[in-house]
Each structure stands twice: as structure tokens, then as C-alpha cells.
Design a protein around this ligand. Structure first.
Ligand code: ADP
Ligand code: MG
Length: 242
């Protein structure tokens, strides 16, 4: 079964027709890397998947449920999807552990004990269990992003969405975050990753999707799309970022 199945997706903001007919399947355990120039609609596509944006047309199925159906319980669907943004969006006045337990308690109604046990397991996984009592401002950007990943994982998502998770980081901090994502991928997590890190896309991606102007120009395995792109637009983009 596909974890995500997108058919004929369109999204407009007023006159700005941003997504112009996207079809995409993501199978269980797949790591899909979404690449393309700024403004091509990558973030909008991710935001449609967890309904932070309402699609203008088309269907999106998540774990078999049609999330574009007006009768669907959006909050329930979202609990199965973890999202990590370029800006980490941690609660600055709460410590790391609280950041990882708040949604578990309020949305999943877990007890404090269960929520803390899950949070500590996920903090362990991203290498930050020893900073559970720290406030976000006491951590580096890379550590804060790893907390954001642990927070998302604490909800036991079936799908993780990453929107340029390393773009706001100092270069020396990028590697640790990518290592955590690589570890997740190897553990079988289903992921859609918007990234400009071509080495990551080539080594970790099962599938690479190149978007431009709101359409998928080319998709396939990393060697096909990144190493041997067929389309002129893909070649031109890659020559600018590689
Ligand atoms: P990318 O992530 O590939 O850089 P985006 O999806 O962020 O591209 O943006 C694609 C286009 O959609 C841009 O023209 C942007 O201005 C527009 N856009 C994105 N979000 C909104 C919004 N909430 N309201 C209006 N326009 C938006
Ligand atoms: Mg974006």
C-alpha cells in the first residue's frame, strides 16, 4: 500500500497557479527527495500533504484515507504525519523534554510517564538525551533541529516530511542533522525530504523528484535524475547547485 498517493493536485493562491497537476506515489519505507529551484512549489506540495494548505483540485490519500474528502478528520490525519521545518519552531520557554511531550499529551492523550519515556527514547535516537532539561536557546541550531526531529518522532508518525531542514544551519552543523535523517531512513521510515543537499539525495534517496514551475519535470532513482538527468531543465538546475 502507498503511504502517500497524490493525483492531479493543483494549488492556486489567488491568480498564482502554484501546483499544476502533481501525481506522486510514496511507498512504505521510501525516501523521496524533492529538489528544484526556489518558488517551484516544493513547500506548497509538502504543506498540502498534511493539509496545512487546502488543495484547489486533485486528491491526496494518506495511508489509504482520502484526506481531501471534506468529511475527513484533519487533526486525526495530521497525527500520523511528522513535519520538520527549516526554522525549528521549538517552544523557547519550555525545555527539550517538554517540547517532546506536549503534543503527545494533548493530542494523543498519553500519560506524562508514557510521553516522557517515548520522548527520551527519541532524544536518545538523535543523540540528545543528555540535554533533556536544556532550554532551546542553550543548544546549537543543529541540536535544536535534532530536538525538532525527536519531537516529531515522539508522535510515532507513519510519514515524516522535511522542508529544507538544514538550510538555516551553519555549515558545520549540517552533517549531524543529515546523519540523524540517514539513520531514520535506514530504519525504514517513510520520508519526503525537500533538500538542496545533493549528496544526501543521491546517497539516501530511493526516489528523486525534480520540480519546476509547479510540475514534476523528471523523477526516478537518484542515479537517473541526479547523475544522468534526461531533461534540459533538470540539467540546468543541477549545474547551478552541484
Ligand atoms: P518552494 O518551496 O519550491 O521555494 P513555495 O511552495 O514556497 O516554493 O512557493 C511557490 C509559490 O507559491 C511562490 O510563488 C510563493 O510566493 C507562493 N506561495 C506559497 N505559499 C503562499 C501563501 N501562503 N500565500 C500566497 N502565495 C504563496
Ligand atoms: Mg520551500
Amino acid at each position: 500500500m502507498s503511504v502517500v498517493s497524490i493525483t492531479g493536485l493543483h494549488k492556486s493562491f489567488g491568480d498564482n497557479h502554484v501546483l499544476r497537476g502533481i501525481d506522486l506515489e510514496v511507498a512504505q519505507g521510501d525516501v523521496v527527495c524533492l529538489i528544484g529551484p526556489s518558488g517551484s512549489g516544493k513547500s506548497t506540495l509538502l504543506r498540502c500533504v498534511n493539509l496545512l494548505e487546502q488543495p484547489s483540485a486533485g486528491t491526496i490519500r494518506l495511508l489509504g484515507a482520502e484526506v481531501t474528502d471534506p468529511d475527513v478528520d484533519i487533526d486525526r490525519v495530521r497525527t500520523h504525519v511528522g513535519m520538520v521545518f527549516q526554522q525549528f519552531n521549538l517552544f523557547s520557554h519550555r525545555n527539550v523534554l517538554d517540547n517532546c511531550t506536549m503534543a503527545q499529551r494533548s493530542v494523543l492523550r498519553r500519560s506524562r510517564k508514557d510521553a516522557e519515556a517515548t520522548a527520551m527514547e527519541m532524544l536518545e535516537r538523535v543523540g540528545l538525551a543528555h540535554r533533556a532539561q536544556a532550554r532551546p536557546h542553550e543548544l546549537s541550531g543543529g541540536q535544536q533541529q535534532r530536538v525538532a526531529i525527536a519531537r516529531a518522532l515522539s508522535m510515532n508518525p507513519a510519514l515524516m516530511l522535511f522542508d529544507e531542514p538544514t538550510s538555516a544551519l551553519d555549515p558545520e552543523l549540517v552533517g549531524d542533522v543529515l546523519a540523524v535523517m540517514r539513520d531514520l531512513a535506514e530504519g525504514g521510515m517513510t520520508m519526503i525530504v525537500v533538500t538542496h543537499e545533493m549528496t544526501f539525495a543521491r546517497e539516501v534517496g530511493d526516489h528523486v523528484v525534480f520540480m519546476d514551475g509547479g510540475v514534476i519535470v523528471e523523477q526516478g532513482d537518484p542515479h537517473q535524475v541526479i547523475t544522468n538527468p534526461a531533461e534540459e531543465r533538470t540539467q540546468s538546475f543541477l549545474s547551478r547547485v552541484l
